[in-house]
Ligand binder design. Sequence first.
Ligand SMILES: [Fe+2]
Length: 234
Amino acid sequence: MKTTRFEFGEYEVLAVPVLADNFVYLVCRDGQAVLIDAGEAGPVFQTLEQERLQLREILITHTHQDHVGGCRAIQERLGVLSTSPAVESATVQMLGTVCRSFSTPGHVATHKCHHFPELGILFTGDALINGACGRILGGTAQQYFESLQAIKALPDETVVFGGHDYLVENMEFALSVEPGNAAMQARLDLYRTDPAAALFATLAEEKKTNPFLRVESVAEFAELRQRKDRFLGR
Ligand SMILES: [Fe+2]
């Protein structure tokens, strides 16, 4: 997949593919940009140069290598700092808008999502990945369920940008949980013609197609997560 561009008023989001199936994101306005995650440095340098963007800072969702592997190279070459996901939840001004970083443990014990409420966009790392969630690799099912409830409480029209492209396998799993679910089938079909539209869905769409947002208890969540571990191994 190529870099995909989205407009939110005077802001742009660039979804930049890195490594095998990861995304990093640039939120941009007036030639300035903030980077969400840094799995690989090269594609970030290339995009900043092509788009004539000045990077201001880096926000990290969690410290798995495929989300931070390029961080030091970017920091050193461009002289920018990154915010660790281990710092407390905070609401700050960034590029002239509000960014709220909040804790979403579960995939790992220390994970942040980054929400730009005035733009209606949410960066979810591996907490919520187009139609599913990450594996439990350090957090607990209880934490994960609560984190997904916090995400679900955001406005329905919020556009969700996750850390990977796992759409096909996620919708295949979702359809194994709810065979015949038309919204899930439609999202899978959409991927063939317009992958970006299928990947970067609204929260309303996620609620219809993501089985991990459709469970009502921790026990149900834990059972579903184990089922997906067996289904695909991730
Ligand atoms: Fe991860």
